[in-house]
Design a protein around this ligand. Structure first.
Ligand code: KG4
Ligand code: ZN
Length: 348
C-alpha cells in the first residue's frame, strides 16, 4: 500500500549507530554501524568513545540507508529518533541529527522511547502487535516485563530487575570465563555443547517469600556471584573448568527465571501473547524455552529475528511509522535527549 507512512528512524542510545527506513510494517533498510570493537578491550561500553563514533558514523549511515531503501530523503513522511533512555552523550548525537534532518526536510520529528521501539520492531516481522500483549525486554541495560495495550500510547511496567540487567549478567559471566565482550553470543555458543544441569545455580527472586514482594521482578547479581564463587572454588582445588558446562548451567538459570516470570505475568492478566525483545532475545535457549513453556500454558510467543532484537534503527522507524499511522502528535523541535526517559513516556 502506498499510503503507508515512510519513516526514517535513528538509534544512538548505546554503541550502535542505527538508521532504519520503513514503509508501514515493511522494512526497507536497516543500516547499523557498531563501535563495539572499540569498547571490547574495556569490557564494557565507554560513553565518550560511543558518542564520538556516532558522530563519525551518522552521515554515512543515513546515506547508506537511503541508498539501500532506494528512497530520497525528501520522500520520507517523518523522522523518528530514540530520545531515551540511554547514554546521554550518545543520545544527543542522534537527537541533534534527527532535528537537522527534520528542519532541513520540513518533516515532523518523533522523539521515541527506546524500550517501546524494541516492542514495535516485531511488527516488521510478524505484522500488527496483539493488543494487549506482555512484552519482556531483556538487554544489556534493561530487563522488564511490560503490559502493552497500545505501543503508541503507553506501556505499563509490571516488573523489572532490581540489580543487574539480564544482558549485563551474560556479559559479566562471560568475562569470568575469559570469553570476549559482549559475552551473550559467546555464552550461547559455548552452552550448546555444555550440560545445562551440571551445576545447580540459584534462581533469583523465586522463593515463596521473594515472590510476595517481587513476583514479576528479576535479580541476576546473586547468580553472577554464585558463578564467580564456583569458578574460584574450582581454581583453588586445581580442577579444570568446563566452560561449556558453566555457560549452559548459567544460561539455563537465567532462561528459567525469565520464562517462568513472563508466563506468570501474562497469565495473571489473562494475556495470550508474549513478545520478547532486546539483545538477550537473540539467545537460542531463551527462544526455545519460551516457546515450549508458553505453548504448554496456551500462550503464543513472538520473537523478532536476532538482527532486529539487538539495537537498530529499524525499530525506531517501526515505532515512528505506527505513531504516524495512528495520528499521534509529533514532538516539538526543542525535544531533549533524556537519558532516563521513563517507559511510560512513549513520545517525548
Ligand atoms: O539490546 P542490546 O543490543 O543493547 C542494549 O540496549 O543493551 O543488547 C545487548 C546485550 C548484551 O548484553 C549482549 O551480551 C546480549 O544483549 N546478547 C545476548 C545474545 N546476543 C546479545 N545474550 C544472550 N544470548 C545471545 N545470543
Ligand atoms: Zn536496547
Amino acid at each position: 500500500m502506498t499510503d503507508e507512512p515512510l519513516v526514517l528512524g535513528i538509534e544512538t542510545s548505546c554503541d550502535e549507530t542505527g538508521v532504519g527506513i520503513v514503509r508501514g510494517h515493511t522494512l526497507l533498510a536497516d543500516t547499523v554501524a557498531s563501535s563495539v570493537e572499540e569498547h571490547a578491550r574495556f569490557g564494557g561500553v565507554v560513553p565518550e568513545v560511543a558518542s564520538r563514533a556516532h558522530l563519525e558514523a551518522m552521515v554515512p549511515t543515513i546515506e547508506r540507508a537511503a541508498e539501500t531503501a532506494g528512497v530520497a530523503l525528501s520522500d520520507v513522511d517523518a523522522i523518528a529518533v530514540t530520545s531515551g533512555p540511554g547514554l546521554a552523550g550518545a543520545l544527543l548525537v542522534g537527537v541533534a541529527s534527527a532535528k537537522a534532518l527534520a528542519i532541513g526536510l520540513g518533516k515532523p520529528i518523533y522523539g521515541v522511547n527506546h524500550l517501546a521501539a524494541h516492542v514495535a520492531v516485531d511488527q516488521l516481522e510478524h505484522g500488527p502487535l496483539p493488543e494487549p500483549c506482555l512484552a519482556m525486554l531483556v538487554s544489556g541495560g534493561h530487563s522488564s516485563l511490560l503490559e502493552v495495550s497500545d505501543v503508541t500510547v503507553g506501556v505499563e511496567p509490571m516488573g523489572s530487575t532490581i540489580d543487574d540487567a539480564a544482558g549485563e549478567a551474560f556479559d559479566k559471566v562471560a568475562r569470568l570465563l575469559g570469553l570476549p565482550f559482549p559475552g551473550g553470543p559467546h555464552i550461547d555458543r559455548q552452552a550448546r555443547s555444555g550440560n545445562s544441569v551440571a551445576i545447580d545455580f540459584p534462581r533469583g527472586l523465586t522463593s515463596r517469600r521473594d515472590l510476595e514482594r517481587h513476583r514479576f521482578d528479576f535479580s541476576f547479581s546473586g547468580l553472577k556471584t554464585a558463578v564467580a564463587r564456583w569458578v574460584e572454588a574450582q581454581q583453588r582445588s586445581g580442577a579444570t573448568i568446563d566452560v561449556a558446562d558453566v555457560a549452559a548451567s548459567f544460561q539455563e538459570a537465567v532462561c528459567d527465571v525469565l520464562t517462568r516470570k513472563a508466563i506468570d505475568a501474562a497469565s495473571s492478566r489473562g494475556i495470550e501473547d508474549i513478545l520478547i525483545g532486546g539483545g538477550v532475545a537473540a539467545n537460542s535457549r531463551l527462544r526455545a524455552m519460551a516457546e515450549e513453556r508458553a505453548g504448554a500454558a496456551g500462550i503464543r510467543v513472538r520473537v523478532p529475528r536476532p538482527g532486529l532484537c539487538t539495537d537498530n534503527g529499524a525499530m525506531v522507524a517501526a515505532l515512528g511509522a505506527e505513531l504516524v499511522a495512528r495520528g499521534r502528535t509529533p514532538s516539538l523541535l526543542d525535544l531533549p535527549a533524556d537519558s532516563s526517559q521513563p517507559i511510560t513516556t512513549v513520545v517525548a
